[in-house]
Design a protein around this ligand. Structure first.
Ligand code: GLC
Length: 748
């Protein structure tokens, strides 16, 4: 067979790249072994110890001198970093550099939308760009390791950390996790502006019972395999994520930091992970409180034997590991393997060659292209939930606009949770952006109405109503302060707090059109508020550039394209809610009898025997994948390349998409499959692919997907990952329920 010169060139190039990469790895391994051979047991244990650099002290400096510290978190001051590295390099016996870590979750100084909002963009490119920018800004301050991306599957908005997740869907979380890891790590960890990423929190932390943070979880092995583990596997095997963090929760009674099956069998043996496993903060000590260990020494032993390389903050390794080795409770090899992983990370990061921060580098922090990328990410994260009579985008006949609400000018809260290094003074709020960008054409009148999201003081309602009466349209900014979102911030009720809902109610009585915009880190139960509003735009916590993004969306310079990455329940009592739930034996019907329709002395079985709430039916407020645009899209001609496939085939799917409205816009075309019968109950549908398609008004496009049958594999009744032959339904649409569908069969 004749090879073209070009294909020959690419074959040679990939061989060269493989050889170089292999040679590089070999060089690093040789260095790791050479250094390991010089280390005392105490120095090895020191590398496994990560301490908080929040309050640097002589004690900390001495510990570094003694070789008792491998990593420091929360030392994001470049002068301090250089001071600590100097001590490590010049005053300790072996001069092993520290690796400096920080939670750079959705931006460092330029804050991007919270990860839940970034997931709503369904745009992995913008997510990768955002993480690249975060890495570049963090690198300037000496940070070489971020504790992100968080890729916990989250189905419960009572859990404050849903804000940090990519939502309820496994496939979307995989795509976003891979994008973020690539953004943080770049092509080579030793490049300036590349920092090590961290897949967290391993595992099932988002399934905390009751949505109460740190609570126990009870996710079966099979569910772990089918829903919770895949994002971690992809982040490691596709994007080469350099580190992983064990979670606080005990799953099925076993704390993540003591789970040998997950950390050794799955992570190391099955996935070939050669990075660093770090615990979450103090989570080894938590194993004592959980009753999994009798004391810190026992906890340290179980964590080390389970496969934890580095301990964050709790110091049990430093205090107990020498004794555990001497007593034969932990083997020397266990320590050596852990230290190999840590030294390998430091070599890959180039820390031995250059541990210091270049204080003279021209800063890229808040550069225009960083800010513009953050604005684009915010625009793409917004989800248009309602737009009655096409109120949006605002027409040029509108001359006076009332801006009202506690989140209109909330420069701190707009950044959301885990915006550690963001600066409120740099936040561009909707109020300021609207006045700056559109104040020449429109008269804006501002009245906060409420001072903050939990405010119950209605004193200023009358002023807000007065302002609304003078306006052609009301822009109402509601939501939740950042402190109500994030770690340890669980809510039993996920309604709008304070008197926010009453404020909307009073404003709606003016009969002026109301655009309600909500900044939040979770789904809120906003059925009533949606009904009272003419338009509803969900902004999540949009970050530094949320204001300019909102302004351009409201005036039509940008068009909303976001889709919900989580299901919105009507009531907290419905939770957990998620679209890809297994089929059940008695699904609800549309015609269920509800509370107020039940006749007096109704007979026991007169209401039927299906799965719904007498007081809430069974449907959600908004479903996964839902989001409106200013234009409309028509789907037609769904076609499959064949309707019978073998397990090794690739199914080609095409669908015609037409922009049938007046605005050029992006549509997220979603592809779902349903496995009709399996050796276990299967989800009613699962997202398998999506495309962001941009169309001009009137333009049509044939959208094509390639679906390998192997993507239909799942962990079955025998806990084997396989595609089971049988009937499938394939669905394509702009959300998870309004779809075109076709059946196909996978042959045995
Ligand atoms: C926190 C969080 C974790 C974070 C770590 C370091 O408790 O659970 O996500 O990375 O501690 O701040």
């Amino acid at each position: 067979m004749k090879y073209s010169y070009l294909s020959l060139f690419f074959i040679l190039l990939s061989c060269f790249q493989f050889t170089t990469c292999f040679a590089q790895d070999k060089k690093i391994e040789d260095k790791v072994e050479a250094l390991l051979a010089k280390m005392t047991l105490k120095e090895k244990i020191g590398q496994m110890n990560q301490l908080n650099g929040r309050m640097p002290s002589e004690k900390l400096y001495q510990q570094i001198r003694n070789g008792e510290v491998g990593s420091i978190l929360n030392a994001e001051n470049p002068e301090l970093v250089n001071q600590l590295q100097k001590i490590a390099k010049e005053e300790s016996t072996l001069g092993i550099p520290l690796v400096i870590a920080r939670d750079v979750i959705h931006g460092f100084k330029t804050i991007f939308p919270i990860p839940l909002g970034q997931a709503a963009s369904f745009d992995p490119e913008i997510v990768e760009i955002g993480s690249q920018i975060a890495a570049r800004e963090a690198y300037e301050k000496g940070i070489r390791w971020t504790f992100a991306p968080m890729m916990d599957i989250a189905r419960d908005s009572r859990w404050g950390r849903i804000a940090e997740s990519f939502g309820e869907d496994t496939y979307l979380s995989e795509i976003m996790a891979v994008a973020m890891v690539k953004g943080f790590q770049g092509k080579d960890l030793s490049n300036p502006a590349s920092i090590a990423a961290c897949a967290k929190h391993f595992i099932a932390y988002g399934a905390a019972e009751g949505g109460r943070d740190y609570n126990l979880t009870n996710i079966t092995q099979r569910q772990l395999r089918n829903f919770y583990l895949p994002p971690f596997e992809k982040a490691i095997r596709e994007a080469g994520c350099a580190t992983l963090m064990t979670s606080f929760n005990a799953n099925d009674g076993i704390p993540a930091s003591g789970n040998e099956f997950l950390l050794r069998t799955v992570l190391r043996k099955e996935w070939g992970f050669d990075g660093v496993v770090v615990t979450d903060y103090n989570s080894i000590r938590d194993m004592v409180r959980i009753g999994f260990s009798e004391d810190n020494k026992d906890a340290a032993m179980k964590a080390a034997n389970a496969g934890v390389d580095m301990e964050m903050a709790s110091g049990t390794y430093l205090q107990n590991m020498e004794a555990l080795i001497a007593e034969g409770k932990v083997e020397q090899k266990t320590i050596d393997d852990a230290v190999r992983n840590i030294l390998r990370l430091k070599y890959r990061l180039g820390l031995f060659e250059n541990p210091y921060v270049n204080l003279k580098v021209k800063s890229s922090i808040y550069s225009e292209n960083h800010l513009q990328a953050a604005k684009k990410a915010a625009e793409e994260s917004f989800v248009l939930l309602k737009n009655k009579n096409n109120l949006l985008p605002l027409k040029n006949t509108i001359k006076t606009i009332a801006i009202i609400g506690p989140m209109a000018d909330a420069s701190h809260d707009q950044m959301g949770t885990w915006a550690f290094d963001g600066e409120k003074g740099m936040t561009q709020t909707p109020l300021k952006a609207l006045q700056k960008q559109y104040g020449k054409d429109v008269k804006f009148i501002y009245e906060q109405g409420l001072a903050f999201s939990r405010d119950n003081n209605k004193t200023n309602f009358s002023k807000a109503i007065e302002v609304a009466k003078q306006a052609d349209v009301v822009l109402l900014f509601l939501g939740e302060e950042a402190i109500l979102s994030g770690e340890a911030h669980s809510l039993a009720e996920i309604n709008l707090k304070g008197a926010q809902s009453q404020l909307l109610e009073e404003l709606s009585k003016t009969r002026k059109p109301v655009v309600t915009m909500i900044m939040a880190g979770r789904a809120l139960t906003i059925e009533k508020e949606t009904a009272l509003s003419d338009a509803v735009l969900y902004l999540w916590h949009p970050g530094t550039m949320g204001g300019p993004a909102v302004a351009d969306i409201l005036f039509g310079k940008a068009v909303p394209s976001g889709k919900l990455p989580i299901t919105f329940p009507k009531y907290a009592g419905q939770i957990p809610v998620y679209y890809n739930h297994d089929k059940i034996g008695r699904p609800a019907k549309k015609t269920e009898i509800l509370l107020n329709d039940i006749p007096l002395e109704a007979k026991q079985s007169s209401l039927g025997t299906t799965s719904y709430y007498l007081d809430a039916a069974f449907d959600n407020l908004f479903d996964f994948g839902y989001g409106l645009s200013y234009t409309t899209f028509e789907y037609s001609n769904l076609s499959l390349s064949t309707d019978v496939l073998s397990k090794s085939d690739i199914l080609t799917v095409t669908v015609d998409l037409k922009n049938t409205g007046k605005f050029q816009a992006n549509e997220v075309v979603q592809l779902y499959t349903s496995d009709l019968v399996g050796s276990i109950a299967r989800p009613i549908k699962e997202l398998k692919d999506f495309r962001r398609i941009n169309l001009k008004p009137g333009e049509s496009k044939k959208v094509a997907f390639k679906l390998p049958v192997s993507k239909l594999a799942f962990w079955n009744i025998n806990n084997i990952q396989t595609v089971e032959p049988g009937k499938f339904t394939l669905m394509v649409g702009g959300n998870s329920y309004d779809v075109l569908q076709k059946d196909f069969t996978v042959a045995p």
